[in-house]
Write a protein that binds this ligand. Structure first.
Ligand code: ZN
Length: 75
């Protein structure tokens, strides 16, 4: 995956995408990620992890309706 990656000089401006490489992953709901959640989507079930971002341990997947509540409440 790192092959051909441009050798940027130290101190180069880091884009948000580089800070959160998981955001570029289609398995993450960006709306939930912006709400500070792990937001990883379990594709086979369509459930989403609602634990805090960078949480310890395995993901806990919840129904899309619960995820929507989190997005609506912004917490
Ligand atoms: Zn998670």
């Amino acid at each position: 995956m790192n092959a051909e990656y441009p050798a940027a000089s130290p101190g180069t401006t880091v884009t948000p995408d580089e800070e959160r490489p998981d955001l570029s992953n289609s398995n993450v709901r960006e709306d939930l990620a912006m709400a500070g959640r792990c937001a990883l989507v379990h594709l086979p079930t369509g459930r989403t992890c609602l634990l805090p971002i960078r949480h310890q341990g395995p993901c806990e997947f919840h129904r899309p309706q619960e995820a929507q509540d989190v997005v609506a409440n912004g917490t």
